[in-house]
Design a protein around this ligand. Structure first.
Ligand code: GAR
Length: 218
């Protein structure tokens, strides 16, 4: 059973999608062992409580320095003894020490088709504002492993979503969530929990199933 710790900052709809997928049996072999937030008032923490999942808040303002905050966050996560850390709308830059402690064991959902509209300053609704400003016709979402860079780790999955002429940042955000994020994130966790993907030379490869091998060799 994969022990997943989920990090959240706000609404928690991606966390909810993962909880629902586990409860409905669409994600198997997975248990959410804890939810961590940098924001004590996050709706996402309530969602965790509603489903009996242990939750905790580690807030930067309660610490004298960034280092002290990062150390506390890492300690809290390590206490959960996770196999996988899922960043589900976690708007905190992941410290290098955490990446070293969990190599290819942290995944993130980002609301654009990486490498477009990502990196420093691109998070949450801002991504959709920039997409509309630029006038692109296709956007989407990406799930990727987290490395030392910002939105730069190996890509697990992506899904395209159309931009409509009359979109506002809010309508576009909602469509990207409904058509891409809430599908991709649970799928990625299921793939990892069931050993279907691995990272080879910085790229994500899908394991060939026994059936696939037979079909290619036929
Ligand atoms: C989601 O759209 C997620 O992709 C984004 O924040 C939102 C959180 O919503 N994450 C980032 O921008 C990370 N760079 P949620 O709290 O309802 O899941």
């Amino acid at each position: 059973m994969l022990r997943a710790a989920v990090c959240v900052s706000g609404g928690g709809t991606n966390l909810q999608a993962l909880i629902d997928a586990i409860e409905q049996g669409n994600v198997t072999n997975t248990q959410i062992v804890g939810v961590l937030s940098n924001n004590a008032g996050a709706r996402a923490l309530e969602r965790a409580r509603e489903h009996g999942i242990p939750s905790a808040a580690v807030c930067p303002r309660d610490y004298q320095s960034r280092e002290a905050f990062e150390k506390a966050m890492l300690e809290k996560l390590c206490q959960m003894a996770p196999d996988l850390i899922v960043l589900a709308g976690f708007l905190v830059k992941i410290p290098e020490e955490m990446v070293c402690r969990f190599p290819n064991r942290i995944i993130n959902i980002h609301p654009s088709l990486i490498p477009s509209f990502c990196g420093t300053g691109y998070y949450g609704i801002r991504v959709h504002e920039k997409v509309l400003e630029r006038g692109v016709k296709i956007t989407g979402a990406t799930v990727h492993f987290v490395n030392e860079g910002m939105d730069e780790g190996p890509i697990i999955s992506q899904k395209a979503v159309a931009v409509e002429d009359d979109d506002t940042p809010e309508t576009l955000q909602r469509r990207v969530m409904e058509q891409a994020e809430w599908i991709l994130l649970p799928q990625a966790v299921d793939d990892i929990a069931n050993g279907r993907i691995r990272v080879v030379h910085g790229r994500v490869c899908r394991e060939r199933s026994g059936q696939d091998i037979k079909e290619t060799e036929r």
